[in-house]
Design a protein around this ligand. Sequence first.
Ligand code: SAM
Length: 240
Amino acid sequence: MGLLEAGPAGTLAILGAGNCNDVDLAGLAARFDAIALLDIDTKACRAAARRAGVEVAIHDVDLSGVLGRLTRWRRQPPGPDELRALPAAAVEAVRAAVPARFDVVLTSGVLSQLVWSAMETFAVTDPALRGVALGSVVAHLQVASSLLRPGGALVVVADTLARPPDFFRPFAEVDPLDLLVGLESRGLCLPGTELGVVSQALALSAVDVGLAGAWLWAVSPQRTHLVYALRARAPTAATG
Ligand SMILES: C[S@@+](CC[C@H](N)C(=O)[O-])C[C@H]1O[C@@H](n2cnc3c(N)ncnc32)[C@H](O)[C@@H]1O
């Protein structure tokens, strides 16, 4: 992934690594001293590492802190206190499982998955949906930041809208960032993955948050994703 070419090497954690379809794992392994893959789907991570012929550490962790709670929340949606406590609980659980800190953390394609998990639990008309979706997003971004060494670099890649390629054809000449802003203003993007929401959520635990780009990704002949990337840094001792 070009987003990881600039900046420091050292150690890298890939969150929601799964099949690693969106990264060149062999290329990254040649550049970084050590790589850790974090995902609930460790089978996919192991297969990806095998395909790339690289040695990586693999951790089976819930990167949102939400998964173990959804069944209970379906019966009794969380109140504001429980949602407020979620990020700290998620960070504590992940840090207990993965004590290492990394020079670079990449989270790619996870935010949409977290929102989809919330949408499978709550109807779109349920007022609990937005709270749980936002709670998951904030918790995940705080987990990602907590895995960084002070000053380390964080890259967040968010797929915010998935549609058949025909949907995007009329916008072929439109800059993807303008397209993103336009489609967001029409309420079409996945709730909780909007650029402004994620930027602000990220700024709760990281500094120097900035847009690194937006683009269309033809995931398959049937599906194109509108994607954007943010860069940020963990606070140093002096700034944090
Ligand atoms: C859309 S896939 C992207 C996978 C990978 N980046 C790729 O391109 O092959 C999202 C990944 O996030 C993982 N995931 C979803 N929710 C998770 C959670 N709560 N904790 C950890 N991993 C999660 C899934 O298992 C899946 O591998």
